[in-house]
Design a binder for this molecule. Sequence first.
Ligand SMILES: [Zn+2]
Length: 172
Amino acid sequence: MKSKPDLVQVLQCEGIELKQKGRVLWGRCPLHQDSSPSFKVDPERQTFHCFGCGAGGDVISFVQARRKVSFTEALGILGIRSGRTTRPDPDKSKKRELVKAFRLWCRDHAIALARDLRALRGIVAGIRSPEDLEHRAWAYDEIPVIEYQLDVLQYGDDEAKYHLRKKAMANG
Ligand SMILES: [Zn+2]
């Protein structure tokens, strides 16, 4: 996890005045209507606690309470992108897996198509007689189909590749 921003700095950015008393800081709590300073900040432990409303925690909990946002949103606000304390988003990791499987399929399918194409060209090259031609003419028709699919896999956008995959899956 990218290191958390300094709690005191974040509080100061929020315009909260803090006064040092010993090793801790005190200020008026921004999370409730605080008439006397009941908001205690421990810069060493990077924690806060309000004796008025009972709020407390670290810089992330502060942003969550202050902005009324989720844990993940608070991480975003603080510029903390990824890490162990980030709760994984099941939708996102599922999507990542699907994208990964899709890319793998594209690669494997291109390899298979290239192999087919070589075989087809071999068949065409082996045509010697009218009888050969009669039996192998299908290869002539098949070559542009495979070439087109290879072009899609190499230069096409994701949508075109996706359609190709759908068709290939339907054909088994
Ligand atoms: Zn409070």
